[in-house]
Design a protein. Structure first.
Length: 366
């Protein structure tokens, strides 16, 4: 299966994910606890007068944490309204000018016309379009650039080793939207980028005694880009999606799933560094090895670290979720190790959401 519009809107992968934060230096330091290494910096020392950005990397994943140097402008307003959160899921494309032209022609809202950025390492072309809430997709062409990140950034010393905790790349990025808006954004990705629907989860599949949500997954056809989109469903109490929307105040990125080839090592390293993960009751593991017999020899390590297991027609996967990584109960992370499975852990939804509800109850938001 391939992207139906692959000739007119090719995407090479996720280039970077940018967060707007209250304190970029501290955020960059915090993400060492997930195995990321700061590799580049932009700020007063590099000639930037309105913002500070720290670029961190782990293998193929690049995060950028950007903070305002004053109380004016989009960055400060974004942080005031949302708290720390994802502003930009940047996509690497062969030709940013052409991708921007095609996107706008198909109805996307352009927010940054194509711009050439240059320094001694070459040039990069960047444009941007809007997606749900105040989230952007920058379109980045970097085949003519050899620098560490972007023009305007200075490389940092001791940044050559970005192997981290073995987390390799972004598996998927999940967005939360308002009730009744999910299909609108699914159609947006189908129309603008030629994506197709990979999975559809109903409120019957994703529910507990108290709350439910609905989700559809769009993808590029090759697996390089997978974007689940969630909306709340009617339930007895407030769902995790409603809680997110209450505190983020608009639709936005709920969580980022990071792929690893050794989830036990990655989780143990992150736990030692101070990352908090959600836990499920021990009885979960009584039947886990019956559902997925391939993990029988790993069950002790999985249970010790709170790692969940699921399977589909193509294989099995291991996954775990962090608690929110900022003060507001908004953005969190997933670590995932795939063994053929192309799903998203549907067999874990009930156990996972009950764990999330326990956290909501502790916050007084269930």
């Amino acid at each position: 299966m391939s992207n139906t519009n692959e000739d007119s809107f090719p995407i090479l992968g996720i280039d970077y994910i940018q967060f707007f934060v209250g304190n970029a230096r501290q955020a960059a330091h915090y993400y060492r606890a997930l195995g990321f290494t700061p590799v580049a910096y932009m700020g007063l020392e590099t000639g930037s007068r309105d913002r500070v950005s720290w670029c961190v990397r782990q293998n193929e994943i690049t995060f950028v944490f950007t903070g305002a140097l004053d109380d004016k402008g989009a960055i400060a307003e974004h942080v005031k309204r949302h708290g720390d959160g994802v502003h930009d899921v940047a996509l690497q494309v062969p030709d940013a000018e052409e991708s921007y032209r095609v996107a706008v022609e198909r109805g996307a809202r352009g927010v940054r016309e194509p711009e050439v950025l240059e320094d001694e390492h070459g040039k990069i072309v960047v444009a941007a379009i809007a997606t749900y809430g105040e989230t952007l997709h920058s379109l980045v062409s970097r085949q003519d650039y050899t620098g560490v990140f972007l023009p305007g950034f200075a490389s940092l010393p001791d940044s050559s080793d970005v192997s981290g905790f073995g987390i390799s790349d972004v598996d998927h990025v999940v967005g939360n939207v308002e009730l009744g808006r999910m299909q609108e954004w699914v159609s947006f990705y189908e129309r603008i980028m030629g994506f197709t629907e990979l999975r559809h989860f109903s409120d019957e599949e994703i529910s507990t005694e108290y709350s439910a949500l609905m989700s559809k997954v769009v993808w590029d056809g090759s697996g390089k880009i997978k974007l689940p989109i969630n909306e709340p469903a009617e339930g007895k109490r407030k769902s995790q999606i409603e809680e997110y929307l209450d505190y983020y105040q608009t639709p936005g990125v709920q969580h980022i799933a990071l792929a690893t080839q050794d989830i036990v090592r990655s989780v143990e390293s992150a736990s030692r560094a101070g990352i908090d993960f959600l836990r499920v009751p021990g009885v979960y593991y009584n039947e886990a090895k019956e559902r997925v017999p391939e993990i029988a020899d790993k069950i002790e390590a999985l249970q010790r670290n709170g790692i969940l297991v699921d399977r589909d027609e193509d294989g099995y996967l291991l996954q775990i979720f962090t608690r929110p990584v900022q003060d507001r109960p908004t953005v969190f992370f997933e670590l995932i190790e795939r063994h053929g499975a192309r799903g998203f852990g549907a067999g874990n939804f009930k156990a996972l959401f009950e764990a999330i509800e326990r956290e909501q109850s502790a916050r007084g938001n269930l």
